[in-house]
Design a protein around this ligand. Structure first.
Ligand code: SF4
Length: 387
């Protein structure tokens, strides 16, 4: 079983490498520094004859201060700053579109150097000065979850670590949240959910590298407890994610029988519900204090009966879990309708009675095409029309 898992893991990583992003280098040859690991940064500077402390300084300016201009890095002597500026850049993605909803949800369509685009969303907590940034890990997606608009877009490529970290940094720019707040100081952008476009465990290496940068205490310093990675259930990669990153886990479950889940989340044909839940049971660090979140999109007449709620309770036995009930956010041509509020409330009551926290997520940003992937489709349509 474990041999099979490691073979499967190698296969997933090899396939993922086929979709790697282009080199993070400008046409004039300058190298992007955002997204380099500490070790890579040290190596880049060593190639210039610089000592490792220089990398530490740069890390501080890039990730703690949020500075993009070498001239502003005042602890570094002028001639050295000029030398750095000749060879390197500290970039941000271009925001092709920014929309802020009436409920203050903000959505960006970020465009990369090769013209590819992904979406990033900031969802503020309206009762406190904090909020979650939802970041993407792939342009398009190989999976075709039937309730998901991104699932209608084919996978173009993985995002690089620079592009994954860059989404969060650009969102922080937008709210002026630099320098990075220390330790437990309040943060407006206080949590990250890796839940945007793409399946992060099909782009594990780049995602892991980006999250390590974000968690580094001498830079952005967001703790692993404030990061949740959401997967559709790439079972062979889940253990590795837990052991190496220790971030919170969310699982897109959405159905309680393999028959239905095969249809809604086709990855289930490869990793069926029992295997997925076994992987959740062994997920390192899951405890009552750090529950695994199960996402359950409420589809009218499809997966929302009271019998299904009871079956969900049975399936989750022994897993420290909470369940997010998500009203389906339809898009033009989508095959489902959202459950009625009454039915969702009945479903939630059964879960609550069994001791599970099961908040009903309020739909956010309905006025700004907030279904994941919609903004990108709209942008492509507009570009096609104006081409
Ligand atoms: S829900 Fe996630 S994994 Fe499924 S198609 Fe959408 S982006 Fe891909």
């Amino acid at each position: 079983m474990s041999d099979l898992t490691s073979v499967e893991r190698e296969r997933i990583l090899a396939k993922s490498a086929l979709f790697n992003p282009p080199e993070a280098t400008l046409p004039d040859g300058r190298r992007e520094l955002v997204g380099l690991s500490r070790e890579e940064l040290v190596a880049e500077l060593a190639a210039l004859g610089e000592k490792p402390f220089r990398a530490k300084q740069l890390w501080h300016w890039i990730y703690h201060q949020g500075v993009t201009d070498f001239a502003a890095m005042t602890s570094i002597a002028g001639p050295m700053r000029a030398k750095l500026a000749e060879r390197f850049t500290v970039g941000r993605p271009e925001a092709a579109t920014v929309q802020t909803s009436a409920d203050e949800t903000r959505k960006w369509l970020f465009r990369w150097r090769d013209g590819q685009e992904v979406e990033t969303v900031y969802i503020p907590d309206r009762h406190a000065d904090r909020g979650a940034v939802c970041i993407s890990t792939q342009v398009g997606c190989t999976l075709s979850c039937r309730f998901c608009h991104t699932g209608t877009q084919k996978l173009v490529r993985n995002l690089g670590a620079a592009e994954i970290v860059g989404q969060f940094m650009a969102a922080r720019d937008s709210y002026g949240e630099w320098p990075s707040p220390k330790d437990d100081q309040p943060r407006l952008l206080s949590t990250i959910v890796v839940m945007g476009m793409g399946e992060p465990l099909y782009n594990y290496e780049n995602t892991a590298k980006a999250l390590r940068i974000i968690m580094d205490g001498e830079g952005i310093g967001l703790s692993r407890r404030r990061i949740t990675l959401s997967t559709s259930g790439v079972v062979p990669m889940m253990d590795r994610c837990g052991q190496e990153l220790g971030v919170n886990l969310a699982v897109s479950l959405h159905a309680v029988t393999d028959e239905l889940r095969d249809e809604i989340v086709p990855l289930n044909r490869k990793y069926p519900i029992q295997e997925l839940l076994d992987a959740c049971r062994r997920y390192p660090g899951a405890s009552n204090a750090r529950r695994i979140t199960f996402e359950y999109v409420m589809l009218r007449g499809v997966n929302d009966s009271e019998a299904e709620a009871r079956e969900l309770v049975r399936l989750l036995q022994g897993i420290p879990a909470k369940i997010n009930l998500i009203p389906f956010n339809p898009w033009p041509g989508s095959p489902y309708q959202t459950s009625t509020y009454e039915q969702t409330a009945k479903f939630a009551a059964i879960l609550n009675d069994a001791g599970y926290s099961s908040p009903i997520r309020r739909p956010r940003g309905r006025d700004i095409l907030a279904a994941c992937g919609q903004l990108k489709t709209e942008s492509e349509r507009t570009r096609r029309v104006s081409a």
